[in-house]
Design a protein around this ligand. Structure first.
Ligand code: NCD
Ligand code: ZN
Length: 347
């Protein structure tokens, strides 16, 4: 029988977009209410490229937290072709920066300053390997000749395999994986390769983009895939394999930027993040595997202590608001106006 309460070691989110300014103030409490720590993405405008910028951003995040919050932002640097290798040594010594993010230029929101030619960052990757600082990969090729649904698979063949061969000790996380091929590649890979998986890719397949008409609120990067891939992701997260862990990729955009002739990629899930994962694990009949995926595998890979606090969930459905304030705009969250089966027990 399915339990009606879940008592978990407090989870962490290993991939989230908190944005900046008024939008940051609108969203950060959702993440802080559920997670003890989060790996904060650096794709601001302009991007977070130096340790000094990451520390300023960290202070802005802390300043926006509700007074009773117990939440630690784990900062990342945005890798460009101009990132100096010395920045890596400083990042490792900082105690505030925990990883470096690779965006292929043009792959997703605010990736225009990302990397065009991987060979130009070999010096930085070598420094990361030497200082043992993890590389987080947005694993998609941007080659216009490659079908959008194949971008992740082709990235693995064209870029990830050569990277592994050249930097065998570099710790890498293939972020927000969406395909059976990525699941297989990580499952069969070495201990220094891991992957994060979002709740929306566990709960939705690509039909969700077109149900009842085009739905821009389900458009994200990497794009939703067909059902066989969703099933593979569910198998991965419930397998107990420690190299798969939670990363929401919650990515808020103003409603007008999503409902537009050229809508932005990103799904907002932070308002119901762990609750949505609980739904997915329940669907697979493996609720007992949620805690390790959400709370153990991530810190173990990042070599950080597991959290000591607990988080309680109960099987009680609630209705998600149709939108919420995002600075002076609004944002439409996942499941807007619909129900989520699990809720937090606040206390
Ligand atoms: C993210 C964003 O909006 O910043 N969008 C998304 O669709 N996931 C960027 C990213 O992680 O690709
Ligand atoms: Zn992201």
């Amino acid at each position: 029988m399915t339990p009606t309460r879940l008592d978990l070691c407090r989870p962490d989110d290993w991939h989230v977009h908190l944005r900046d300014g008024a939008a940051l103030a609108s969203v950060v409490a959702d993440t802080a209410r559920r997670f003890a720590r989060a790996i904060v993405m650096p794709n601001l405008k302009p991007p977070v490229m130096t340790v000094a910028q990451a520390e300023d951003y960290r202070r802005r995040i802390l300043a926006c937290l509700p007074p009773d919050a117990r939440f630690e932002p784990l900062m990342t640097l945005y890798l460009t072709e101009a990132t100096p290798a010395e920045e890596i040594e400083q990042a490792k010594a900082s105690g505030t920066v925990f990883a470096v993010k690779y965006y292929p230029a043009g792959a997703t929101t605010n990736s225009q300053d990302g990397v065009r030619d991987l060979t130009r960052i070999y010096g930085v990757l070598e420094a990361m390997e030497r200082h043992d600082l993890p590389l987080l990969l947005h694993g998609e090729v941007t080659d216009p000749g490659i079908d959008i649904f194949d971008r992740e698979r082709v990235f693995i063949e064209r870029h990830l395999m050569p990277l592994q061969a050249r930097f065998p000790s570099l710790r890498m996380v293939l972020e927000h994986i969406t395909t059976r091929e990525a699941v297989d590649f990580v499952s069969e890979g070495p201990a220094n390769l891991a992957a994060t998986i979002t709740a929306h890719h566990l709960l939705l397949n690509r039909n969700a983009l077109f149900e009842g008409g085009v739905n821009p609120h389900h458009y994200c990067a990497p794009i939703l895939k067909r059902e066989t891939h969703r099933t593979a992701l569910l198998q991965a997260v419930t397998s107990g394999n420690p190299r798969f862990f939670l990363g929401t990729d919650s990515a808020p955009h103003p409603r007008h930027a999503k409902e537009s002739a050229c809508g932005c990629a990103g799904v907002y899930t932070a308002h119901a993040a762990i609750e949505l994962y609980a739904e997915a694990f329940e669907q697979a009949g493996k609720l007992d595997r949620l805690e390790a995926f959400a709370s153990f595998h991530g810190p173990d890979f990042y070599r950080l202590p597991r959290n000591r606090e607990r988080l309680l969930l109960q099987k009680q459905s609630w209705t998600v608001p149709s939108d919420f304030a995002l600075g002076d705009a609004t944002c439409v969250p996942m499941r807007a106006g619909k129900t989520v089966a699990w809720s937090l027990v606040e206390g």
